[in-house]
Design a binder for this molecule. Sequence first.
Ligand code: ADP
Ligand code: MG
Length: 691
Amino acid sequence: MSNNIPEYFGSRVFNESEMRRRLSESDFNDLQSAIDNGQGLDIALANRIAAAMKDWAVENGATHYTHWFQPMTGITAEKHESFIRPDSEGKPVMQFSGKNLIKGESDASSFPSGGLRATFEARGYTAWDPTSYAFIKDGSLYIPTVFCSFAGDTLDRKTPLLRSMQALNRSALRLLSICGNKDVKKVTPMVGAEQEYFLIDKKNYDRRPDLLYTGRTLFGAPAPKGQKGDYHYYGAIKPRVMSFMQELDEELWKLGIFSQTKHNEAAPAQHELAPFFENANAAVDHNHLTMEYLRKISERRGLVCLLHEKPFSSVNGSGKHINWSFSTDTGVNLLDPGNTPAENAQFLLFFSAVIKAVDEYADLLRLSVASASNDRRLGGNEAPPAIISIYVGEVLENIIDKLVAKEDYEPDADTEIRLGVSALPSFPRDSSDRNRTSPFAFTGNKFEFRMPGSSLNVAGPTTVLNTIVAEELRKFADKLEAAEDFDIALNRLIRHTLRDHKRIIFNGNGYSKEWVEEAAARGLGNYPSCADILPRFTDERFIDLYTRHGVYTAQEMSSRREISLSAYSSNLKIEAKTMIEMVRRGYLPALSSYTTRLAESLAKKGCGLMEKETLDILNTLEDEAYLLVCKLEKELSEVSSISDAVNRAEGYRDRIIPVMDELRATVDRAEPYVDQDFWPYPKYGEIMFDV
Ligand code: ADP
Ligand code: MG
């Protein structure tokens, strides 16, 4: 591969320059304006675009096309059709029509719908999303699409995201216009999703049923060396990993993904990739592709990429930090403090809207990152707690304090923007003082949401951020529109908002026990388990919010509630069953063989302190493990047959997880006492240090 990146960057993407080359100027402009205004395309134009796409794809080696979508399984889905059609003489010709580009029909019955799809009508539709570029992968032209049911209910994660982007755009434009800014035509949320992952050797992975079935280790005593005292973070990258990362970068660049930063993370075998930020829709699609290539390229190289939130206990888990801001088509980041008092005022307005949104809808943000796997991470080693708070840094907090303390502002005819904040000092732009314990941090000109887990679809939390901020901007616009004196109203609005929502700001150590208590005293929500938060999907407040902004219908919300609750329970069911299998077929037989061996030695030798004491310890642990696995089986059969989804999830939380944890602790306690030739599965040290 040449190091001339600009030469091959985006070479597999039907991007703007390719469109310009292949479409007439008027077709190109018509497509752009259809995209900008969210209008449909007329079929003649769609036919011409489809033909151009097909020609480009075929020239670049594609034989098939596929509508590519994001059902609520958490991964993407695709169904490939070849371009081949027989002509009148039965000879193959390559064809692709506008109809095939715009709309696809697929069987929706195998995808989760949470009750939205009536059983008699299993059809689902995919529809082209022209705001995300088509691309070529594995000999197919991939067309990003949305996915909905026959009745038009959304069955995917992209549709709500696109709707939330429109909602944010609408509210922000309205507010900007009230503030006198009429130049801006479009406001777009921008996202940069940092991706953490583990890379391990495939030969170890293949020998661990827990990794195979659940993506995480359900057993394993800590290795003598963990992440403490190790300097893996930002450390020199091993040649095998570096070569993997190079191939990954090249593949991503060809797909037009700005993969930018790569480094070792805190835990052994843990790494991170960060792309350059882009519009939220592209960022979501690109993160999906990134996860796919992480998996694919590692496999080709005898490695396995673990995207689970907590593959190993006792070391850090993996997150996906969502860096989020929103920008105008005139090139202004509305979360950038700027340099002039006017810019400062505009910044404070949008900034305070985010503070208010996060305070009022903290539960919804928590909900957007809820999964059984992320439960294992949140509140664990170096992961943000399950409590939402915002880090703003000392400088900004001081400014907020001063603003809040001010008496009601009297307009001063001298100052151009009469906001009383013209003395705003320049903001620290570098994020070096960042507090890594905060789940939601302001980092100079963007917010970084650190709660999302490494395997999560970025669309979920981004949809929430867009929508809750759209809502606050809407309320701001209502207030300012009705104001008699705009300047006084603006000043008051910012100050009162910051005053009323200051409780969500916390610059201290988010990992500390004291914070849990203080957060409770401040009235902030704390939901350590999914079972606590998932039932709240259909809270009236959330339905009001989403329906007002046209992001979800009430039915769509209740379908998501059902899907998430059942995913939680089934995830834990698979884990519990895997544990039972590993204990019954692996650990218990190993303990039995080894204790027999010890007993035989002891009998032969007639004495032996090691044999005698080890035998005592292991006999006890073997009995305990046996009793616990019996208990787990019994609890599992009862809990898994509970029919009510909420009760079942609570059953997993209260009756299954504690037994699983106890069983694991018992087996892990035995591990250091057993001859390694008897131990049935690779140990932590081998898995984490073997690459
Ligand atoms: P870190 O030290 O956490 O890696 P960086 O400054 O490198 O912080 O940024 C991390 C991510 O934030 C990158 O993906 C970057 O492109 C993205 N990012 C930077 N500025 C913005 C912005 N204005 N909006 C959204 N994401 C941004
Ligand atoms: Mg970061």
